[in-house]
Structure formats: structure tokens, C-alpha cells
Ligand binder design. Sequence first.
Ligand code: ADP
Length: 193
Amino acid sequence: MFNLVIFGPPGAGKGTQSIQIAGKYRLAHISTGDIFRSEIRNQTPLGLKVSGIIERGELVPDELLIDLLRSAMRKCTDVRGFVFDGFPRTLRQAADLDHLLEEDGEKVNLTLALEVEDQELITRLLIRAQREGRKDDTQEVIANRLNVYQNQTSPLIEYYKKQGKFKAVRGQGTIDEIFDRLCTEIETSLSSR
Ligand code: ADP
């Protein structure tokens, strides 16, 4: 299998690029943000538990992520690998993911980070707020999400760098340009296996 983590701050374009990558390389796309939004829409017990947390731009507690991820992965049978989008977001989640993949004799093969300047991120998120009306896309919550990213998620860069699995890609330009950059890295990684 080929397991890819798409990494980056809120608004970096992880969702858009993950869908295209999953399509091209026939990987299963798992977005924890999408899973939570669907739970909230359907007012499931999990959805009710996490909606306030997400609206404030905080992270859902790590303990809630691992079972969710395991069941999302188990639903995908016959896959060539996964694209993880919005997960892991903490060191604990990264360790949990490693253990989960180990259960199946697998590992994270590559982490691709989309790099975008803060000002551009804020602009993109405010535009998305108007278009999609996401409750966590207000100016105040966006600032909080960027802080949370800095404090809790960016330490993962070192975690994956130490394992030689980290590649940064410029996340500014057209969607197609960025997609090409990501594909180049994926193909380099695939061919060096
Ligand atoms: P973005 O990357 O644009 O912030 P996502 O759609 O990935 O958006 O996530 C939206 C929100 O869902 C996050 O701000 C967080 O509250 C929650 N969330 C998603 N994935 C995780 C995760 N792996 N751990 C904790 N919380 C998460």
C-alpha cells in the first residue's frame, strides 16, 4: 500500500488536492474534518459532542480520533492505500496512526506539506466562509485555528522529517500547478520503493 499524509495549515488546500490525488492514484481519501461535519449534520452523539469544539476552532480530543479513523479505514476494503487529510494533527495522533497502520503491516510512506503564507490563508478562509458558510471560518475562529496549528500540529514536521518522510511543496499558484508539484513528489517516492 501507499499511505500519504497531506499536511498543512487550515486553508492550505488539503481537501482540494487530496481528492484529486486519491482519484489519480486510486487511494482512499479520509478527511477527519469531513467526517466530523457529517456527524454534526446528522446530529449523531459524536456530532453533538464535537460541534462546539469545532466551532471554536479547537481540536477534538485525541482519544476520539483513533476509533473513528480505525472504522473509516476498515470500511475501505481492497484499497491501494490512503490519503489522510486533516489527520494526524498532534504528535499523539501521529503515533496512533503509526500503530494502526502497523496492525496491518503498513506505514506512512510520505507526508506532503502544503506551504502557504498566513495572509493568503486568511483570505482564502474568509472567501470560503462566504461561499460555504462554515461556522469555523469567522475571522476570530480562523486566528484561533492558525494558532492551534502552530502550537499543536506543526511539531509533526520534525516528527516526519526525522523519519525522512517529509516533503514541503509550495501551496500557492493554480490548483493544477500545485497538483503537479504534489504528483512529482508522489512519483519520486513511488519509484524509490
Ligand atoms: P481545516 O484544515 O480547514 O482547519 P478540517 O476540515 O480539516 O479543516 O477540520 C475542521 C475542524 O475539525 C478542525 O478545526 C478541528 O476542530 C476538527 N478536526 C478535524 N480533524 C481533526 C483531528 N485530526 N484532530 C482534532 N480535531 C480535528
